[in-house]
Design a protein. Structure first.
Length: 499
């Protein structure tokens, strides 16, 4: 007995007979409208926010050769190796502007919106699928990571596509090709982000409800999962060795963190509340479909929260963004059930758009990629570029963060050459993300360098106080501060050699 009706038997549009006469709910429009709106919202002012710290890492690693990328992921960021290789090929074709680097994420989000609409149609009907896809497009967290040069958009696409491929495989459990496609979908999920494989909990719940004692379903599902997990096995082994170094900073979550995570995922407290409310309305709909979406949206968060009380914590909101498609499908079903006419449905979507508009706007401010302000690398670069003289050198406080050097270097004109005074070995030379600094700072100074730019984090009255003691002592011996500017989160000072 089939609990989930295939698309050809979709009858959920009965309360809305007038919809059949409108082109915008045709099979193509069902997924095309959500996809296009997601792309439009996601690319609006896509290049305006300054590059964030993690985005600068993406720019740095993707700019290396394929061999260097593969060597780097042997030491760090193995779980993101696939994304770095994709971005490497992309920037080779389209350049490394902020817009270019972020476009793969925007396109992936548009694809995820199409998958959300198609999943909603299969589970709840055409109207619910369209509503879910449009809701997905309006979630601030979706547009936020549609213009982020990191893999989260690709992760959401992979997870949504894997769910869609599973539904297709369950329609024809005797087709090995559909199970093979589902296995490839799981490989894409694992290669984009290993933690996203917790989506399998929702898939298992669906198979339990759908298959019961049907051996073909269980055989196909188990083989697909084994193949998919086996293919990402090397990444699992590498990532496990690198875990402590990469995410040591994530705190173990408390009970409040489990509640607060939803507003972080949606990037809007009001928006999250509206989506949750609509999801609750969906509980009047088909029970099996509701259970599948609920488990897919909630169970991964609970699992990650539980596992994060062990040796290392994984409970960081970005790692759970892949649950948003399931939330959108469920909320779309609730909206379609509550709205008794097309006018009501459109009005509800308009209200959501208005409620989340301030959050959408704040995400597109120059420092919108930081929770509470951040380092204005572009302003620091403008200061240096304005007063630059050939032969100038530069010093960064790498003990604070490597992103200082990446951020300033990204926004400086490419023809400006500044020797990095205390750099002994660059991250590229080490096939790593961190540099090695000069062990004897005084020995790394040159007599012919009359001017040195200094970039440190924070608002330092004496800029040299932002450096390690040995570096500050070496510079004070031969240089004096000539002037300083303090863009948001940074201090940029010019040091001039004393007579």
């Amino acid at each position: 007995m089939k609990l989930l009706a295939p698309p050809a038997q979709d009858t959920s549009d009965v309360p809305y007979p007038e919809a059949e006469h409108h082109r915008w709910v045709t099979p193509a429009g069902l997924w095309l409208w959500p996809s296009m709106i997601t792309l439009i919202v996601g690319t609006y002012r896509i290049g305006r926010p300054l590059m964030g710290r993690d985005e600068l890492t993406s720019w740095d690693v993707s700019g290396r050769s394929v061999g260097q990328v593969l060597a780097t992921v042997q030491h760090v960021d193995a779980v993101l190796g696939t994304y770095y290789l994709i971005l490497h090929g992309w920037r080779t074709l389209f350049g490394d502007s902020a817009t270019a680097l972020r476009m793969p994420s925007a396109l992936a989000m548009a694809g995820a919106a199409a998958c959300v609409a198609l999943i909603g149609r299969r589970l709840f009907g055409r109207r619910a699928g369209l509503a879910g896809g449009l809701l997905f497009a309006l979630i601030p967290g979706v547009s936020r990571f549609a213009h982020e040069a990191r893999p989260y958009g690709l992760v959401m696409l992979a997870v949504a596509l894997a769910a869609l491929l599973l539904l297709r495989a369950l329609d024809r459990p005797g087709s090995p090709w559909r199970w093979a496609a589902y296995a490839l979908g799981l490989v894409a999920v694992g290669l984009s982000h290993l933690i996203a494989l917790t989506c399998l909990v929702g898939h298992l719940a669906l198979v339990v409800m759908r298959a019961r004692r049907e051996r073909r379903v269980w055989l196909g599902f188990c083989l697909a999962v084994l193949v998919g997990v086996a293919c990402v096995g090397p990444v699992v082994l590498l990532g496990r060795r690198q875990t402590v170094r990469q995410i040591w900073w994530i705190a173990k979550p408390d009970a409040w963190g489990l509640l607060d995570i939803w507003s972080q995922l949606f990037y809007s407290g009001l928006g999250a509340g509206m989506v949750v409310l609509l999801a609750l309305v969906a509980y009047r709909e088909r029970r099996d479909a509701v259970v599948f979406c609920t488990v897919s949206a909630v169970a991964p968060v609970l699992l990650i929260w539980a596992f994060s009380h062990g040796h290392i914590s994984y409970f960081y909101f970005r790692y759970m963004l892949f649950t948003l498609p399931a939330c959108a499908v469920l909320a779309g079903a609730g909206l379609a059930a509550a709205a008794r006419s097309r006018r009501v449905l459109v009005s509800a979507l308009a209200v959501l758009a208005v409620v989340t508009a301030p959050d959408q706007q704040s995400l597109r401010e120059p420092l919108g990629h930081y929770w509470a302000g951040g380092p204005d690398f572009a302003a620091a670069a403008r200061t240096i570029g304005k007063y630059y003289v050939p032969g100038d050198a530069i010093v960064y406080n790498r003990t604070q963060e490597e992103a200082l050097s990446l951020g300033v270097a990204y926004y400086l004109p490419r023809n400006l050459r500044l020797r990095d005074v205390f750099l002994a070995e660059s991250p590229v030379q080490r096939d790593d993300l961190a540099a090695v600094q000069c062990p004897e700072p005084a020995a790394c100074l040159r007599r012919d360098e009359q001017r040195i730019w200094l970039v440190v984090s924070g608002d330092e009255t004496d800029p040299l106080n932002g450096l390690p003691a040995d570096q500050a002592t070496a510079l004070r011996t031969h240089y004096r501060a000539y002037g300083a500017e303090r863009p948001s989160g940074l201090t940029v000072a010019l040091l001039v050699r004393t007579a």
